[in-house]
Structures are given as C-alpha cells and as structure tokens.
Write a protein that binds this ligand. Structure first.
Ligand SMILES: N[C@@H](CCC[C@H](N)C(=O)O)C(=O)O
Length: 334
C-alpha cells in the first residue's frame, strides 16, 4: 500500500512520507535553480531536498550532492536543519559527494554533527548512506566510500542488513587523540585511571577514525550520572584534545555487551556504530570478553542491536546492522 501525505512542520519543512516507493528528487534541479553552479552553497530561503534515514534510531538527513566535491550546506545550516523543534531534526547531516578522481572510490561521504562540528566517520551514518545510494538507483552489492577516516566499504546483505568493513582500529594514544598516558601494547590507553566530574574512571581509548573513550561499569543504570558524566567527559580537553565520544559499557555475557553513548557534537543518541566497534575492541583487549569468531559480539544499544566482528586475520572490524528510510521532503533553509 502506498501512503503519501504532505505534512507541514511550522514554516520549516514540507515532508512527504512514502512507505513503498522511493521518489527522491536529486539535487541537480536544485543546482540548476542556483544557475547551474555545483560550487555554490545553499542560500537562505532556498528549498533543500533531503531524505531522512535512521540506523537503530541514530537519525540523519541525507543530501544528494553526487555532482559536487564539497557539501552544499555550511556547518551552521546543517546545525539548523538538525533542530528537532524548528526544522527537520536529526543527529547529523550526511552528504553524498562524488569520489575524488585520483582514488579507487565510488563516492565520498562527509558528515556534520547536529552541533555543526565535522567528525571523521559515522558507522550508523555510512549504513544509511549505502541504503540512500541504493534507493537513488546506484544499485551495487558494495560501495567503496571515501571518508575523512579513509576507505570504508558497506556491503548490502540479502536479508536487508548492511555489513560494513570499518577498517582497522587505531590504538596509538596520541593518534586517537588522547594525552592520557599509554599503559598497554602499541602505545595504547587501556583502563587508564582519570578523574573527571569529581569521579575516578578507568578509560580505554580507541579510534575508528573518530575518538572513543570506553568505560566499563557493573550496572549501566546505577553506576553513572549519564546526563552529567557524559558531557563532562566529552569536553575534557585536558586529555581529549579533539573532544571524544563516550561509551559506558556493561558486560552481559561473553558474547553480549550493553552500552549507552554520549556522542561528541550530538549528545545522547540511540546508537553509535563507530562507538560500538571501538567498545568491542576495548572489551577484547581488556579481557572483559574472549575474542569471538565470525558470529561476532552482540551489542545492545538504546535503539537496538548491532553485531561486531574484530577479525584476527586482517585486524579489521566489521559492523552489521540495519538502515531505514523514514521520510523524504523539502526544507526551507533559514
Ligand atoms: N553516530 C555515529 C558517530 C557520529 C560522529 C561522532 N558524533 C563524532 O563526533 O565522532 C556513529 O554511528 O558512528
């Protein structure tokens, strides 16, 4: 059954939901509207065509900029688009851009967090990106995506899930980056003690292109004051010079972890793909769980489950989970 009904969100956006068909209009018409230039950024009052996707409730506004080399929206405009009261709402804006000519890539992905800051990578975002490409008609089994964290390869599975080759984790402390003293193999930071917000934490640092501070707790509901500890740790630039994403993790069984995430530049979200990969690496390294085989580790996030494999033969991390179109529409830029 097809269900298409326009909604008016204040003066900000006209949305149409499509439950059985994808009729997304590419931005080429928008670029023509701007005199044909693909270099100009969007102007206030202009209508921005978008599609909204979510991966386990981590939600993104996707913009088809495949004719462009750089995002058509500024960080400020993206922040306004992410406002849940005054515009579309989302944890970030993701731009589908053309691939650089000098590399073996299909497309480029850039993303702005909901506060306008630019992270290097986004795990749930890249699954949404792959689904967006498929819905736009670029129907490939896998995509070689150029990101600020390097090559990332999402693969479309028969069951509708997307398995992403997330590359190798970065453990070297200064590269993550953190100034916490390395205390483990490979110059890495593993359960290093640090005081923040008046409390002592044991912090493990892992980068999946973007930085993650992982903290194991006995009880996710009782042991942290999430709304206060999360932002205090995120912005503790005395040890996290680029700020950090913060994952609190409870071990449920040798193959099942549970997490709560406070994201850099977005605050509490329902899921974080890069964070989930990072925490599985940290859990294995810290001896919290054994290294599982191909079946991977199940991680329960507030928005649902992701499955993570840290493959011994190539040191790469693989993340499997869903990505779903929520709606598509046109928003007026303020
Ligand atoms: N939700 C994302 C991560 C998005 C970027 C992050 N907030 C950062 O600033 O590093 C994911 O699924 O990985």
């Amino acid at each position: 059954m097809k269900c298409s009904h326009p909604l008016v969100l204040g003066a900000a956006a006209v949305i149409s939901t499509e439950t059985d068909a994808f009729t997304f209009k590419s931005t080429s018409s928008r670029n023509l509207h701007r005199g044909g230039s693909s270099l100009l950024e969007a102007a206030p009052g202009e209508h921005i065509t978008f599609a909204k996707y979510e991966g386990l409730g981590n939600d993104f506004i996707l913009i088809d900029d495949r004719e462009r080399e750089a995002p058509s929206l500024t960080p400020d405009q993206s922040e306004r688009l992410c406002n849940r009261n005054f515009c579309v709402g989302g944890d970030g804006v993701i731009f589908a851009l053309k691939a650089p000519e000098d590399g073996d890539y299909d497309f480029t992905m850039r993303i702005y967090n909901s506060d306008g800051s630019e992270p290097e990578m986004c795990g749930n975002g890249i699954r949404c990106y792959a689904q967006f490409l498929k819905d736009l008609g670029a129907d490939q089994k896998s995509y070689r995506i150029n990101t600020l964290a390097g090559l990332i390869i999402p693969e479309m599975k028969e069951d509708g899930n997307i398995c992403v080759d997330m590359g190798e984790p970065i453990l070297d402390g200064p590269t993550v980056p953190t100034t916490l003293a390395p205390n483990s193999e490979g110059n890495s930071v593993l359960e290093q003690v640090h005081t923040c917000n008046g409390k002592e934490w044991k912090i493990s640092m892992v980068s999946m292109g973007n930085p993650h501070a992982i903290i194991f707790v006995d009880d996710l509901e009782k042991d942290i004051d999430f709304e206060k500890d999360g932002p205090a740790l995120e912005s503790d630039t005395s040890v996290f010079p680029a700020k950090t994403n913060v994952e609190f993790v409870q071990v449920m069984s040798p193959t099942h972890l549970k997490m709560k995430v406070w994201e850099r530049g977005a605050g509490p979200t329902l899921a974080c793909g890069t964070g989930t990969c990072a925490l599985v690496v940290a859990a294995i390294r810290a001896g919290k769980i054994p290294r599982p085989g191909k079946e991977g580790v199940r991680v329960t996030l507030p928005g649902g489950d992701l499955f993570i494999e840290w493959r011994e033969e190539n040191n790469k991390v693989y993340m499997t989970g869903p990505a779903t179109l929520s709606f598509q529409g046109s928003a007026v830029l303020k």
